[in-house]
Each structure stands twice: as structure tokens, then as C-alpha cells.
Ligand binder design. Structure first.
Ligand code: HEM
Length: 461
């Protein structure tokens, strides 16, 4: 498993590049030859886990020893196929349809699943920049590089392959790491990319992913089958996937636009409503995320004296059932409640990067947000469950029954027609109390579901 040359790069080892293009491609209307020809070119350039992992390891070792080495560079490519794209290029589409029967959301596509995930109004597919017509996108290409010129060089080579095989670009998004003090942060200003699942046989608990400990050795590490087909999964039973899906993964791509001015204003307004007196907007923002802007979790961790520092991840909510440290509405608590039994089978491997310019203050309403990407072996049990049953659902209490609660104010929204309150009730340890009443300032502006095949499956197409 470790050092795999079969699994594509970004799934278990992050591409982690400052310049990342997302290209949504359409194959020509032919017998599949155009798409297959294009994929055979992509096969020669696609990154495998072992290469990305080796690079990331060398990068962090050399940075620790000598500081950043600008000569250590790599450009990575990953390719995934939507359900219509897969049908276009496989030799036996009817058999593939049958094989995919257990993967209903993948076959329906992201647009058909939008309403169930709360994407209505401005987030409805008719307002998306890509993916609204489920059949229009056949492949998603991710190209990740250290510099804009390295990215453009690679994109130039790829464009030649597109033209040669009649493959057209439907839409492109340009992921860019924010610069300066905001490096590693998302547009609302919070440090991102901290907590990820560790994978058995692949990550080391002590180094790669400090994870969260529950006095159970190995509890932080998830079975590889949660993210890659053909491997043991948390339930102990292999997922019902055909062998051509082995070493592949399901990919979610969502273009999530962020209204930073709207978020900031709402946080200031709502902070002012707390009783017996106002809380600071910084504190309320941290309550809604579950971490301060520098990544420090509100949770105290296992050691109340040392606590958990910026970027720390060694904590649970076990001693905070009422949400007095980390409110039950907090984004990180709702998307990962950290109870071993309920959580592990719903974990997702996140690979997001911001797009658009950094927010400059005032009424700067430029198009900016997060290219949210995640991987897993079940859309229904992982990404969709987290969004639908946890973030959006006022009935889910990630704390003790009756604890002050509310939907996720970062990404949650009530499904149209759903009952329950969209507000979040927060009671802090010092007795400060408030009911946060604000819409989410994240709008879905495009989405696709795709399958990221193994190297052997790509070769056999
Ligand atoms: C963690 C922001 C979308 C799931 C985080 C963190 C931030 C953040 C600041 C804490 C840093 C970290 O642990 O990596 C955002 C923003 C989003 C967004 C601004 C949209 C624009 C989503 C979506 C999902 C999601 C759509 C899934 C449906 C998670 C999970 C964690 C997380 C699982 C880790 C929680 C933990 O293990 O503690 N997010 N997020 N996020 N987010 Fe999001």
C-alpha cells in the first residue's frame, strides 16, 4: 500500500502546490476514441502516490534542515472521469452501469444531488459555472505546480493533446495559495488544511497526522478502504466495488464562493447581540469555525495545562459535551465530531485550495472562494453525509443531548422545505450566550462528482 505506484497522486498524499488548475473537459461525440486517445496521453503524465509522497517527504526533510529550497520543484497531474465520461470511453458501458449500481450519487452526478445537499437559490445548479448539465463534463484534470510559469508550461503541453484528440475545455478554475500572512489560510482568514484522517499502512500516527487520540492505540488511523477501493475498510467488509475500481477513489469537486465582506459584517453584528455583554467578533468567528484564525483550536485538548497550540490536532470534545469550549455549531465539530464510533466511517480526505484574489477590505466583492476537493469510497456515506446529515441538519447534536446547538454557519444551510431552525445557539464557559442568526456566506458555484481511476485501469481503457 505505502509507496503505491497504482494509486493516483492526490488521494493519499496531497499535491500541495501554490498554483493548481482545475480543468473540466468534454470528450468528442465519437465512439470513445477521442477520449481514450487523450487519456493515453494523460497516463504518461499522471502522478502516482509514491512520487508525490517521496517528493513531500524530501521537501519537508530539506526544509527542516536548510529552510525552503527553491530548486525542489515538481508539477503534478491527476485525472478523473465523471459517470458520462466513463461511459464514453469504456468498451462495455452496459456492464459498467451494472457495476456502478451501488454508487447511485456518482451515477446521478453532483447537479442531481444538489437539492438534497441544500444547494438552492443562488447555489442551485442553474447558477453554476460548470457541472449544471451533468452530461457536459467528462473529465476533471488537476494540474498543480510551484510557479505560474511551470503551470503554464504544463498546460501548454496538455492543450496540444486536447486539440489532437478533439477534447474541449468546458471551464477552468485557478486555485492559488494566498500570499504573505494568509499563506495556508482560506479567504475568511482561518488556517486550513490542518486535520486530515491518517490512513493505516500509509501514514504514521506519530508524524504524518497527529490526529486525535482517544487512549486507543491506532484510533486516529482509518482503514485505507475508506479512501481507496480494493482495500480493507472500517467495517471490515470490502466495499461492493468491481475490480476495475481497485486503487481508485471517488472525487468531489465543489467551487465554493465566499462572501468575505458579508461574513465579516454578520460576525460583527451577531457578536454584538451576545448577553450579558457583546463578545469580540474574533471570538465569535472562532466559535463558528472551532479554531482561531491562526489554527489554534478552541478545544483544550487532553492536557488542560499546555492546551493545544496553533495547528494542533490532538483533542476530542469528550470533556465538552455542552459545547462550552467548542460550540456544537462549530464547523470543525459538525464535520468531524471526533467520537470514534460515529466518526470514522464518515471521514473525508480534503484537498482544497483557495481561488480568486485575497480580500482587501470594505465592499470588495471579487469572485473568491475555495476549490473544495475531497476523496472517499462512498459519496453517500462520506461527503454527502457530512454535508447533509451533519452540517445542514439542526437535529444533529455533536455533543450531549439538549446541548446548545445549531447548523454549521460556515457551510451549512437548511434544505429547502426542511423543518428546524437555521440559527445557532451558543453558550460559552464564562456564561456568555447568544443566538447566531445569519445565512451561510458560502455559495456553491459549480460541482462535479468523478472517479479517479488507478494507473492500471487508465491503461486498460
Ligand atoms: C476543517 C473552512 C468547506 C469539511 C476546516 C477548517 C477550516 C475550514 C478553517 C479548520 C482547519 C482544518 O482542520 O483543516 C472551510 C471553508 C469552507 C469549507 C471556508 C468553504 C468555503 C467544507 C466542506 C466540508 C468541510 C464543504 C464537507 C462537507 C471539513 C472537515 C474539516 C474541516 C471534515 C476537519 C475537521 C476536523 O477534523 O477537525 N474547514 N471549510 N469543509 N472542514 Fe471545512
Amino acid at each position: 500500500m505505502r509507496r503505491s505506484r497504482e494509486i493516483q497522486g492526490n488521494i493519499l498524499a496531497a499535491f500541495n502546490k501554490d498554483y493548481t488548475a482545475f480543468r473540466y473537459m468534454r470528450f468528442p461525440d465519437d465512439d470513445g476514441a477521442g477520449g481514450r486517445g487523450w487519456l493515453s496521453v494523460m497516463l504518461n503524465t499522471v502522478a502516482v502516490t509514491a512520487a508525490v509522497e517521496d517528493f513531500n517527504e524530501e521537501f519537508s526533510l530539506s526544509r527542516r534542515a536548510w529552510g525552503q529550497d527553491p530548486s525542489l520543484t515538481a508539477t503534478w497531474v491527476g485525472v478523473s472521469l465523471t459517470f458520462p465520461g466513463l461511459l464514453q470511453v469504456v468498451r462495455e458501458p452496459e456492464r459498467v452501469k451494472q457495476d456502478l449500481a451501488p454508487f447511485g450519487s456518482f451515477m446521478k452526478g453532483a447537479a442531481a444531488r444538489a437539492a438534497d445537499l441544500g444547494d438552492h437559490g443562488t447555489s442551485a445548479p442553474e447558477n453554476w459555472q460548470f457541472g449544471a448539465d451533468g452530461a457536459a463534463v467528462h473529465a476533471v484534470l488537476i494540474v498543480a505546480a510551484d510557479t505560474e510559469s511551470a503551470l503554464n508550461d504544463k498546460l501548454g503541453n496538455i492543450a496540444a493533446a486536447d486539440a489532437a484528440h478533439g477534447v474541449t475545455l468546458v471551464h477552468q478554475d485557478d486555485g492559488r495559495t494566498l500570499a504573505g500572512d494568509l499563506r495556508g489560510h482560506e479567504h475568511f482568514g482561518y488556517k486550513d488544511g490542518i486535520s486530515q484522517p491518517g490512513v493505516k499502512e500509509f501514514h504514521r500516527e506519530d508524524r504524518d497526522n497527529p490526529g486525535f487520540r482517544e487512549n486507543r492505540p491506532g484510533a486516529t488511523l482509518v482503514e485505507p478502504g475508506e479512501f481507496v477501493f480494493g482495500h480493507k475498510s472500517e467495517s471490515g467488509t470490502p466495499p461492493e466495488a468491481p475490480s476495475w475500481m481497485d486503487n481508485g477513489s471517488l472525487q468531489v469537486v465543489r467551487r465554493l464562493r465566499q462572501d468575505v465582506a458579508g461574513w465579516n459584517e454578520a460576525v460583527v453584528r451577531e457578536a454584538g447581540k451576545f448577553q450579558p455583554h457583546a463578545v469580540s467578533p474574533d471570538l465569535l468567528g472562532a466559535c463558528l469555525v472551532g479554531r482561531k484564525k491562526d489554527g489554534t483550536p478552541l478545544a483544550q485538548g487532553q492536557n488542560p495545562v499546555t492546551g493545544v497550540g496553533p495547528g494542533g490536532n490532538d483533542f476530542t470534545y469528550e470533556n465538552d459535551g455542552a459545547g462550552r469550549q467548542t460550540p456544537c455549531a462549530a464547523h470543525i465539530r459538525r464535520t468531524h465530531p471526533r467520537h470514534f464510533e460515529t466518526t470514522q466511517r464518515h471521514r473525508i480526505m480534503r484537498r482544497g485550495i483557495p481561488y480568486g484574489p485575497a480580500y482587501t477590505g470594505g465592499h470588495d466583492t471579487a469572485d473568491r472562494g475555495l476549490m473544495f476537493v475531497c476523496y472517499g469510497t462512498s459519496l453517500e456515506r462520506q461527503f454527502e453525509f457530512v454535508q447533509r446529515a451533519w452540517s445542514n441538519n439542526p437535529g444533529f447534536v455533536p455533543g450531549t443531548e439538549g446541548a446548545p446547538n445549531g447548523i454549521d454557519k460556515v457551510t451549512g444551510t437548511l434544505k429547502q422545505g426542511a423543518s428546524g431552525s437555521p440559527d445557532a445557539h451558543i453558550v460559552l464557559a464564562d456564561g456568555q450566550e447568544g443566538t447566531v442568526s445569519m445565512d451561510r456566506f458560502v455559495q456553491t458555484t459549480g460541482a462535479v462528482y468523478a472517479f479517479t481511476p488507478s494507473i492500471s485501469t487508465l491503461r486498460r481503457l
